[in-house]
Design a protein around this ligand. Structure first.
Ligand SMILES: O=C(O)CCC(=O)C(=O)O
Length: 273
């Protein structure tokens, strides 16, 4: 395990969100928050996260040998468990408090983290809803998506269907070509506005609700789109019976298989504030 943690500055001082930011999130189900990490902080944390993602990445196939989901990104999960420096980033109060303020709650729990690195030439991320995968009894969940380098639309910018979170899980389909096509029709039929930033700087982040419909174009640049994500759940949420096999898998993987109906409070799901 990496033991360099003492050299990294903690990210525990808080930022105050404007009422407009909180309002935008509650209306649209997503919002961009700029400058969460300073340049110096990104310079310190980027090598830590990229190093851990490289070390623990198990995807060795060539892009052309993978399916649509496999082409979309390298996905390396719960790095906080294997790297003490990444843990300091994932457990940071600064990002956790933003998530809590957007959800309007006192405290949040960690669901899991994941590095999502879209390789140069990597394919699009199909339309989907994150919470389709989660056996959780609240809609008050949020994913933070933070680029570790400056990115623009050509590198696979996260893209949202605004106001699309109200109807819970819309389809019984995991992220795939099928979800892309079904959600594409649905988003058009409902007339949701499509929203994506033109550029994001390293250390900016978007936050989206668990049921907000979102996708991302492919990475047409020659650089890896390095993104780190953290999923937060409002404290007090409970585990629900599975609606699909993915939820069964998540129950064991991220909630330590605690009995259905119980509070989400396992060792993998600490309170962060
Ligand atoms: O990074 C991407 O391309 C997709 C990310 C995503 O779907 C998420 O973080 O919920």
């Amino acid at each position: 395990m990496n033991t360099q943690v003492s050299e990294l500055l903690p990210l525990d001082d808080l930022v105050k969100l404007s009422p407009q930011t909180i309002h935008e999130f509650s209306e649209k189900g997503h919002v961009l928050v700029k400058n969460i990490l300073s340049k110096a902080e990104i310079e310190a944390y980027r090598p830590v996260i990229v190093g851990a993602a490289d070390k623990y990445n198990t995807e060795k196939r060539k892009l052309e040998d993978r399916d649509t989901y496999g082409k979309a990104f390298l996905q390396i999960m719960n790095l906080w468990q294997v790297d003490a420096d990444v843990k300091q980033y994932v457990f940071a109060k600064r990002m956790a408090k933003i998530a809590a303020d957007l959800m309007g709650v006192e405290n949040v729990r960690l669901y899991h983290d994941q590095a999502l690195f879209k390789e140069a030439g990597g394919g699009p991320t199909p339309w989907h809803q994150d919470q389709y995968y989660w056996p959780i009894d609240t809609h008050n969940t949020v994913t933070m998506w933070m680029p570790l380098i400056d990115i623009d639309v050509d590198m696979g910018m996260l893209t949202f269907a605004s106001n699309s979170y109200n109807n819970g899980a819309v389809f019984n389909h995991e992220i795939s070509d099928e979800s892309e096509s079904l959600f594409d029709d649905y988003v058009k039929e409902k007339g949701f506005a499509i929203s994506r930033a033109k550029t994001m700087n390293a250390g900016d982040a978007t936050f989206h609700r668990g049921f907000t419909i979102h996708n991302a174009p492919g990475n047409n640049s020659d650089k890896i789109r390095e993104v780190m994500t953290i999923i937060y759940i409002a404290d007090g949420a409970r585990i629900t019976p599975y609606k699909n096999d993915w939820q069964k898998n998540d129950h064991h993987k991220w909630l330590m298989g605690k009995p259905i109906g119980e509070l989400i409070d396992s060792e993998l799901n600490p309170r962060l504030l």
